[in-house]
Design a protein around this ligand. Sequence first.
Ligand SMILES: NC(=O)c1ccc[n+]([C@@H]2O[C@H](COP(=O)([O-])OP(=O)(O)OC[C@H]3O[C@@H](n4cnc5c(N)ncnc54)[C@H](OP(=O)(O)O)[C@@H]3O)[C@@H](O)[C@H]2O)c1
Length: 254
Amino acid sequence: MPDPDGRSRILILGGTAEARRLADAVVERHGVAVDLITALAGRLERRPTLGGRMRVGGFGGIDGLAGYLDAEKIDLLIDTTHPFASVMSRHAEEAAIRAGVPRLMLVRPAWRAGTGDDWREVDDLAAAAALLPSLGPRTFLTTGVGGLTDFAAVAGAWYLVRLMEPARAPLPLPRYETVVGKPPYDPAEERRLMEVHRITAIVSKNSGGAATEAKLTAARELGLPVILVRRPATPGGACVETVSEALDWLTRRL
Ligand SMILES: NC(=O)c1ccc[n+]([C@@H]2O[C@H](COP(=O)([O-])OP(=O)(O)OC[C@H]3O[C@@H](n4cnc5c(N)ncnc54)[C@H](OP(=O)(O)O)[C@@H]3O)[C@@H](O)[C@H]2O)c1
């Protein structure tokens, strides 16, 4: 229900480029008719610039999020977290049901293998690490700072680890180098990085999206294998793939 000023309050669960684009698009289309809040987990030091207000930090599980939706009188919830942020998405599903708040998920499509791709699909990072000994000693890890311990025990392995921000502590790997970079990435630059570091395999989550797919193009051009971690299951409920579909969903409900 709109607030006394007639504004609808919308909560976007963010942390992705789509969440940023959606926030900007909502403010551009609806201006003062909405009170928009984007929630970020706060993993990165640098905060994005985006339309509306920003809230940083976890809610405290399902109870915390359900309580927040209630207390803040949120009218609509859009879960635009990363396809691998499965804990948050499950919490959003449950909390929205409890609080009686309509919820939409915006999940960008997964990547699909094309001609010339050498992809090995696995269910998790541990399975990715188990494949490495058969693919050569020098791996480009693009799966983020979490879950690296799965790779620590691979005998003789060396890693190039890409991070969004410089590591705050040594990584739990015996032999590695880091490269700090922010999407969008360029295929030629990705190729150069792989050549300079004599990469023999790439490990990636199947995040989907144009901003980080350059590594897949570069791997195809160089004939390198890519170990791709499959996505976790998406929770139930309404789901769209694009920012414009999410904007339409929201507009119909205001
Ligand atoms: N997982 C990835 O590969 C990946 C990649 C790129 C970006 N991200 C982004 O980074 C954030 C954290 O990812 P994750 O994999 O750690 O998620 P997660 O495992 O699904 O969530 C862990 C906890 O982090 C808090 N959280 C997550 N997203 C939040 C948000 N948008 N606003 C407020 N709290 C949030 C929640 O804490 P409480 O239980 O206390 O509420 C949640 O229970 C997400 O926003 C995601 O979109 C993730």
